[in-house]
Design a binder for this molecule. Structure first.
Ligand SMILES: *Cc1c(COP(=O)(O)O)cnc(C)c1O
Length: 395
């Protein structure tokens, strides 16, 4: 038997599958099992479902269906965008500008390209969690072919100035430089509006499991003009950008999840988040909410509890049936402090005392009140015991 947490506040790691999405998935899995590349009717029905799903997701992004490539998720979308674009250029023109607050699914492909001889500049973020457009501009050289800056950070929820960076890259391109702009939109997609055309984003990564659909499916937007090659070989699927038989039920579920996003207003989730931050802030006035002064996702709260271990809080809350996270899901399990919080200038001790709360559509006000109450009590208890251990009072 599996134990599921009673109260889930870790939606930036993954979300539960919405019942409507599970129904769409179930219908497609059972009935539409044809190979979308087959020419017989079973194949054509699969192809129709796949293309319908593509149109739904593309229109949500205000993109053309032909600009959307289905992938296995956010990590693969980022890998195809970065490796697939940059490997196509000659050795003379290989430089990337990205940031130190990116998800490992962007940082690691960049590190791989460094091993292949590509130069990468990593631009930092300010204390407010925002990457400055001027710092991006200063890092761009004549041999820069790609700028990759995430739309919303997964740990702090802070929104990055993608529209301004998009305009900057577009101006350079209009002035004759071959340069493209990729944004990891995995956390922003479905939570805040995005207009790829207006923001001049050339490549945009999304993932289904962050918006109440199953894991293992995602999409990469590739603007028509981008010279992107696939990075895996074995078939001409997805306009030769992602070889492999298409996951039709996954795409159908993803499209259903995208449709549902419109019925859950951001203001509801922001209300829960603000309610939580107010209760915790009133009871523990010295906590610090990271990125609070910046535009943020409506659902994310990154809190530093000076003098209490973030991991300790995560474990104590788990025993109370509440799921939250310290650092990102990918790095938890290790005691390494969050690279994002360190990049924002937090001290290691502060980063280690931080917890991420990410709210979702099935959370309620009573859930949030219960969370805040447990968080306040746990932080007080941990502070007392760590103060005793250190023989100093940390407040
Ligand atoms: C979750 C996440 C990813 C990875 O997506 P997967 O579908 O899990 O591979 C990439 N970038 C960001 C910002 C994320 O939050």
């Amino acid at each position: 038997m599996y134990f599921l947490p009673l109260l889930y506040f870790d939606h930036n790691a993954t979300t539960p599958v919405a019942p409507e999405v599970a129904d769409a998935l179930d219908g497609s899995v059972r009935q539409v099992w044809g190979n979308a590349s087959s020419i017989h009717s079973a194949g054509q029905i699969a192809r129709q479902q796949l293309e319908q799903a593509r149109r739904t997701i593309a229109s949500f992004l205000r993109a053309k269906a032909t600009e959307l490539v289905f992938t296995s998720g956010g990590t693969e979308s980022n890998n195809i965008a970065i490796l697939g674009l940059v490997r196509g250029f000659t050795a003379a023109r290989k430089h990337i500008v990205t940031t130190t607050i990116e998800h490992p699914a962007v940082l690691e492909p960049c590190r791989q390209l460094e091993r292949e001889g590509v130069e990468v500049s990593y631009v930092g973020a300010g204390r407010n969690g925002v990457v400055a457009v001027e710092a991006i501009r200063a890092a761009i050289r004549s041999e820069t072919v790609l700028v990759s800056v995430m739309h919303a950070n997964n740990e702090t929820g802070v929104l990055q100035p993608v529209a301004a960076i998009g305009r900057l890259v577009r101006e350079l391109r209009e002035a004759g430089q071959t340069i493209y702009f990729h944004s990891d939109g995995v956390q922003a997609f479905g939570k805040v509006p995005v207009d790829l055309n207006a923001d001049a984003i050339d490549l945009y990564s999304t993932s289904a499991h962050k918006i109440y659909a199953p894991k293992g499916v995602g999409a990469l937007f590739v603007a028509k003009s981008v010279p992107l090659r696939g990075i895996q070989f074995g078939g001409r699927h997805e306009r030769e950008r992602r070889a492999g038989t298409e996951n039709v039920p996954g795409a159908v579920a993803f499209a259903r999840a995208v449709e549902l996003c419109a019925s859950y207003p951001a203001s509801f989730i922001a209300g829960l988040r603000d309610r939580f931050e107010k209760q915790v802030g009133d009871a523990l006035p010295d906590v610090q909410i990271n990125g609070r002064s910046s535009p943020r996702l409506p659902n994310t709260s990154s809190v530093t509890f000076h003098g209490a271990s973030g991991e300790g809080i995560v474990i104590a809350l788990d025993l109370l049936g509440m799921a939250v996270s310290s650092g990102s899901a990918c790095s938890s399990g290790s005691t390494e402090p969050s690279h994002v919080l360190l990049a924002m200038g937090l001290r290691r001790e502060e980063a280690r005392s931080s917890v991420r709360f990410s709210f979702g559509r099935y959370n309620t006000e009573p859930d949030v009140d219960a969370l805040a109450d447990s968080v306040i009590k746990t932080a007080r208890r941990l502070r007392k015991s760590s103060a005793k251990e250190a023989h100093v009072v940390t407040g």
